[in-house]
Design a protein. Sequence first.
Length: 247
Amino acid sequence: MNIPNKLKSLVVGDLHFGVSYEIFEEKEEVFNHINELREELSRIIEENSADRLVLLGDIKHNVPAGILNLSEILSNFFLEMKELIDVEIVLGNHDKDIEPFIPEDICLHGGEGTNLGENIGLFHGHSWPSPDTLRNELVVMAHEHPYIEEREGKGKRTTRPVWIKTRLNKNNLPERLSGALEDRNPEFVIIPAFNELATKGTVNRKIPEEWTKHHPFFRNHAIELDRAEIYSLTGNLLGELKNLRID
Ligand SMILES: [Fe+2]
């Protein structure tokens, strides 16, 4: 929807620059994949005439030393984006050491998240957001890399990234958050990871307890998962999660 005189924001989560080292053996292939992500993002910004880019955490992956010059890659990436568009960054759990490479005029937010100014709250998702971030009509979170698994014919299984739209289980939130919400229950959207090589969080199977350790909303059952609506990347409703479960 394009609202006249309103800023058009593009929100992108989980770029995980460098995660491709887990897939490709050659450094050049790892680097090329990062360039493909950068080019795709630039194309989306231009095609949509976006005014503002919000990077919703986990811009980079934890990559062992000697594989990539991540400091140079990140510095160039931020400068390139800044030339194209206004940029804001919300830090994720993989972004602890990136601050030195972020230009001073890029607005930076921590794990508590931020407000987009149009009753929209944004945070990464590895920690609880602030009450101000949650007290909105729409709250957007990244970090989960949501996928669903589907059966195709004889035992063949495929996975695809999805969007999740749901509401909060307010009773399972920490008191400071449930109290701040009063009688509101925001629409809660979990966005897919921009980098398709990042770990898959398959949500229509039983979620392993180990996986929920750094995922407070899942660990505390603070979102309504069964009634969550699952959408394809192109925005088609695939169904409620309870009807898409495969185990
Ligand atoms: Fe994350």
